[in-house]
Design a protein around this ligand. Structure first.
Ligand SMILES: Cc1cc2nc3c(=O)[nH]c(=O)nc-3n(C[C@H](O)[C@H](O)[C@H](O)COP(=O)(O)OP(=O)(O)OC[C@H]3O[C@@H](n4cnc5c(N)ncnc54)[C@H](O)[C@@H]3O)c2cc1C
Length: 441
């Protein structure tokens, strides 16, 4: 891994961006025998942030790459995902993650992002990926038989395929699609602290706990074999709504969680206050393939994080790309009696045909899920009533996303049927009435 001049041999694939999306794609393609070169802008490969939840649609792929046991040894496999009301802390619903593992065949686990990133970095090294840092890609152009990337230092590089995995603020996305980021007016604070620091805070060390409340939510889970505790505090910023440029500041964090229950307020006191993440996404787009340049990961489909599927979708993208390469390569070899160059146009068409729709569903569901988490007043009571009615072993809301990653559109499972809020019967805490069908949805 270095920032020196690249080797003389032209790669088959250039991957721009060495985040989880870029590295996992590089690893998947190198496993196919392709020469892959990763160009990362920063001086060192790494990840900023704390924990990541990885669902069975990701751990299934890690298992195929032979990386699951390493991930398991570094992470935590929680027992339950428990949703609670952030104001009164009462339980709303739960997923039994051991049963979920039985259903989908692979675990739901949590892992420090640095650890997952390092796993893919080592896998890339092992697979012979050329890993270059200090490579700021500022331009892209399609040329005969491939595409060229232009670097800030004036150099350019060519490959038959260029994968742009340059994240939420993707240069490739700006140049090829030209759409804008969408602000949700929500901001995330994170913290990963030694477990001893939180043991008296009313936490559960064995569960992923999600407190949802009016315009805010709070996520907690143990990390690093249980030695650390991860917390994410998310809230709507009044300054963002008022159009201020410096929104999401720590004073807003404290104000947003002031009405929350005691365990949440105790947790919020420990959040990192020197950095925060404004929650941005993009509207889904259908064109990820531009000649021999293809978007992947957050560059293609940055979601709001409510489904905890952003990094997972990026990992799935690389897996699907590599699987289609293998399929087309095998078909070509059988027809021609020899290997030959990959038919990248066919591979990219197959990738786009299946991934665009799946990721559109996740992006849109993440927005809707976030809205549901943050409702207030009567809608909060309706939501709570519906969540409490849910059977903990009802998987109709997870089958479409935690099952095996589709390789073709016909393999994409049907989505769940949403339940309107207005169908809820609930206890009004003031009048002790049972109310149904107030017409809100
Ligand atoms: C609060 C929060 C919680 C989340 N929780 C989860 C979760 O539980 N589970 C989950 O699956 N997802 C989660 N996500 C989403 C997840 O973090 C992202 O979707 C994922 O990291 C995207 O990976 P990526 O590789 O596509 O992009 P990035 O991680 O942004 O990587 C892009 C890389 O490209 C490099 N780069 C950028 N521009 C250039 C350039 N011009 N030239 C060269 N290199 C460049 C960057 O330096 C970086 O290394 C969460 C996100 C947030 C904000």
């Amino acid at each position: 891994m270095n920032s020196a001049a690249t080797t003389a041999r032209q790669p088959d694939v250039l991957v721009v961006g060495g985040g989880i999306g870029g590295l996992s794609a590089a690893c998947a393609l190198a496993r196919q025998g392709l020469r892959v070169r990763v160009l990362e802008r920063t001086k060192e490969f790494g990840e900023v942030g704390a924990g990541l939840q990885i669902a069975p649609n990701c751990t299934r792929i890690l298992a195929e790459y032979g990386l699951l046991e390493e991930a398991r040894s570094l992470g935590v496999v929680p027992e339950h995902m428990v949703m609670r009301d952030a104001l009164d802390s009462r339980e709303l619903t739960r997923l039994d993650l051991r049963d979920l593992e039985r259903r989908y065949g692979f675990p739901y686990m949590v892992i420090h992002r640095t650890d997952l990133h390092a796993i893919f970095l080592r896998a890339c090294e092992h697979a012979g990926v050329e890993l270059l840092t200090d490579q700021d890609v500022v331009g892209y152009e399609n040329t005969e038989g491939g595409a060229r990337v232009l670097l800030r230092n004036g150099r350019s590089e060519f490959a038959p395929l260029v994968v742009a995995a340059d994240g939420l603020h993707s240069v490739a996305r700006r140049l090829l699609v030209g759409d804008d980021l969408v602000s949700s007016d929500y901001v995330a604070y994170r913290a990963a602290v030694p477990i001893e620091q939180v043991r008296d805070n009313g936490i559960s060390e064995r569960d992923v706990t999600v407190y949802i409340g009016p315009h805010c939510h709070f996520v907690q889970y143990a990390l690093r074999r249980g030695d650390m505790f991860n917390q994410v505090a998310v809230f709507r910023s009044p300054k963002a709504l008022a159009g201020h440029a410096d929104w999401g500041t720590p004073d807003e964090l404290d104000a947003a969680f002031a009405p929350a229950c005691d365990p949440v307020r105790r947790g919020v006191a420990l959040m990192w206050r020197d950095r925060w993440w404004q929650m941005l996404d993009r509207d889904p787009v259908e064109n990820w393939v531009h000649g021999r340049i293809v978007l992947l990961g957050d560059a293609a489909h940055p979601p709001l994080q409510y489904m905890a599927q952003g990094a997972i979708m990026a990992i799935e993208d690389g897996w699907v790309l590599a699987r289609h390469h293998a399929r087309h390569h095998a078909r070509r070899a059988a027809a021609a009696g020899a290997g030959g160059a990959p038919d990248w146009d066919a591979v990219l068409a197959a990738y786009e045909a299946v991934r665009v729709e799946h990721c559109r569903r996740v992006q849109n569901t993440a927005r809707a899920w976030g809205e549901l988490w943050h409702v207030d007043g009567v809608r909060r009571l309706q939501r709570n009533a519906l969540m409490r009615q849910r059977d903990a072993y009802d998987y109709s809301f997870t089958d479409w996303v935690y099952g095996p990653t589709a390789l073709t559109p016909d393999e994409e499972p049907p989505m769940f049927t949403p339940i309107p809020l207005s169908s809820a019967s609930f206890e009004d805490p003031d009048g002790a009435l049972t109310v149904a069908g107030r017409g809100t949805s």
